[in-house]
Design a protein around this ligand. Structure first.
Ligand code: NAP
Length: 497
């Protein structure tokens, strides 16, 4: 499938090539078949089978771990100029074909085409950012209390890194993990979500087309259990970075303990936006709509709890529901769609079950909440709003990962923050207020990793640390300069002269 990368290829040929060639895995530096295959489909149109992919076997994963372990020794000694060249080359190749890749991503993940193409651009940015970071891997030099002894602190690569990623940012999350891993001299084994292997496969082909030595990067799609267990059981995998659900993250953590594997887990969340009496109403509605419904609520940073104080409660609900009426849900490839489908039938069923639960628990459904029929049979769902919710309801405690928001009344700022913090999660939290003093207090009071003031809870920048508190995250922060905490290990050298 090398021809996927040719710039002058016709789009139809590109898409056809994806469909007709079963996607292989990059194992021990070679594109390899396996016995088992699976298909991935377009959630806007389930009759559209994007591609078929091989599922790697346990022995193939173990073989590639051994190979990656050997390859890393060479890569750890590679000049920073080569690392920069490889990472910049990946960034360039992503950008060269961003429209085609955006279309694959939109078809595969159901993300509206503009957002999908933006994700390709963002992903390229991670590679160019970390191309530069390769030359900024700073050590330190310290004095010693002993005479004629100097101390040097060196940041070394960790070794082989297992990268396990979810379907909701199927290109950006692999990118923000792979780029620093390679920049700091590690080898990488990528296991993408089984729901979105095509865009990850394209990234793997791009990486393989660079001057990266064979085996430094491996691509293994297949069953989460098989690949994940092999990575966590192996003593040759020194670290695993995982993004996905809390249940899988915890399972992975328990299993990895016996190998003492270094872990970074980015997991689920339940984010809130507080709207205070003095809020700018238009801003509040815009931030709440964006946070609750963009990407169908299928973002770890989406907000589903809207905590509103009494002076603005009715006005907010009226303006919010009016805005909801304007949201167009439809095929992700249709430029007029603001919101695409749920990722699969299971997620659509789960959304519908939460609607039933919310009603049973006593919240009032004022808008949306039903499946939308379409000619293509896509998994479309009308964004839903509940009002008069209570913090203790399961509706307001569990991660829904769907376009369902619930308004909860809070008497004042103090109660609003208490409700925001009343969760097992702690990824992102926002407040809409014109008061500097409230905004400053909120920055300290919210127990989350990301604070948004007069902004939606979703929408993070690439060049700053990202991560959460409580059950949302475990281990050090992702992205930016902070990524070096995870992808390097510190050595302290004492030198007597
Ligand atoms: P998931 O079901 O936990 O899957 C995530 C990845 O783990 C997939 O590649 C999956 O492979 C793999 N996996 C499954 N079982 C495994 C096992 N036993 N051992 C190792 N790996 C295993 O999550 P998802 O549904 O793809 O993603 C949605 C979740 O991701 C949500 O909870 C969301 O909040 C979270 N998320 C968090 C962040 C963040 O930064 N905090 C960002 C994005 C998403 P298969 O696909 O083959 O099962």
């Amino acid at each position: 499938m090398k021809n996927l990368l040719e710039n002058d290829m016709l789009k139809s040929t590109f898409m056809e090539s994806l469909k007709t060639n079963t996607m292989k895995n990059l194992i021990c530096g070679e594109w390899t078949t396996s016995e088992e295959t699976a298909e991935n489909i377009n959630p806007s149109d389930p009759s559209d089978i994007l591609s078929t992919f091989y599922k790697a076997s346990l022995s193939q994963v173990n073989d590639t771990i051994d190979f990656a372990h050997e390859a890393q020794k060479q890569w750890s000694q590679s000049p920073m100029t080569l690392r920069e060249e490889v990472l910049n080359d990946i960034a360039k190749k992503l950008l060269d074909n961003k429209e085609y890749y955006g279309e694959v991503l939109a078809r595969e993940a159901g993300k509206p085409i503009k957002e999908a193409t933006d994700e390709v651009v963002k992903s390229a940015e991670f590679f160019s950012y970390f191309a530069a970071e390769a030359s900024r891997n700073k050590g330190a030099f310290m004095d010693s209390p002993r005479n004629n002894v100097d101390i040097e602190i060196i940041n070394e690569p960790v070794g082989v890194i297992g990268v396990i990623t979810p379907w909701n940012y199927p290109l950006a999350i692999p990118a923000w993990k792979i780029a620093p891993a390679l920049a700091y001299g590690n080898s990488v084994i990528l296991k993408p979500s089984s729901l979105t292997p095509a865009i990850a496969y394209i990234l793997a082909e791009i990486i393989d087309s660079t001057n990266l030595p064979k085996g430094v990067f491996s691509y293994v799609s297949g069953s989460g259990g098989i690949v994940g267990n092999a990575l966590s059981d192996s003593k040759k995998v020194q670290a695993i970075t995982f993004t996905g659900s809390v249940a899988v993250g915890k399972e992975l953590a328990l299993r990895s303990m016996s190998s003492m594997t270094k872990l970074q887990l980015e997991m689920g969340s339940k984010n809130s936006l507080i709207v205070l009496d003095d809020a700018n109403l238009d801003l509040a509605v815009e931030a709440a709509i964006k946070g609750a419904y963009n990407a169908n609520g299928q973002k770890c940073t989406s907000c589903s709890k809207l905590i509103v104080t009494p002076g603005i409660y009715d006005k907010f609900i009226e303006a919010f529901t009016a805005k909801m009426e304007t949201l167009v849900v439809g095929n992700a490839l249709d430029k007029s769609s603001a919101i695409g489908p749920c990722i699969d039938q299971k997620q659509l069923d789960s959304n519908l079950a939460y609607i039933k639960l919310g009603i049973e628990e006593g919240a009032t459904l004022v808008c949306g909440g039903e499946a939308i029929e379409s000619e293509t049979g896509g998994y479309f769902f009308r964004p839903a709003l509940f009002v008069d919710g209570k913090s203790q309801m399961r509706l307001n405690q569990e991660e829904i990962f769907g376009a369902i928001a619930c308004v909860i009344r809070a008497e004042n700022y103090e109660e609003a923050v208490e409700i925001l913090n009343d969760t097992q999660f702690g990824l992102s939290g926002g407040i809409i207020t014109e008061s500097l003093s409230m905004a400053m207090r909120f920055k300290h009071d919210a127990i989350v990793g990301n604070i948004m003031i007069n902004l939606a809870t979703a929408g993070m920048d690439n060049h700053v640390p990202f991560g959460g508190r409580k059950n949302s995250s475990y281990g050090s922060r992702e992205k930016s300069y902070a990524a070096s905490d995870f992808y390097t290990t510190t050595k302290t050298a004492y030198i007597k002269y």
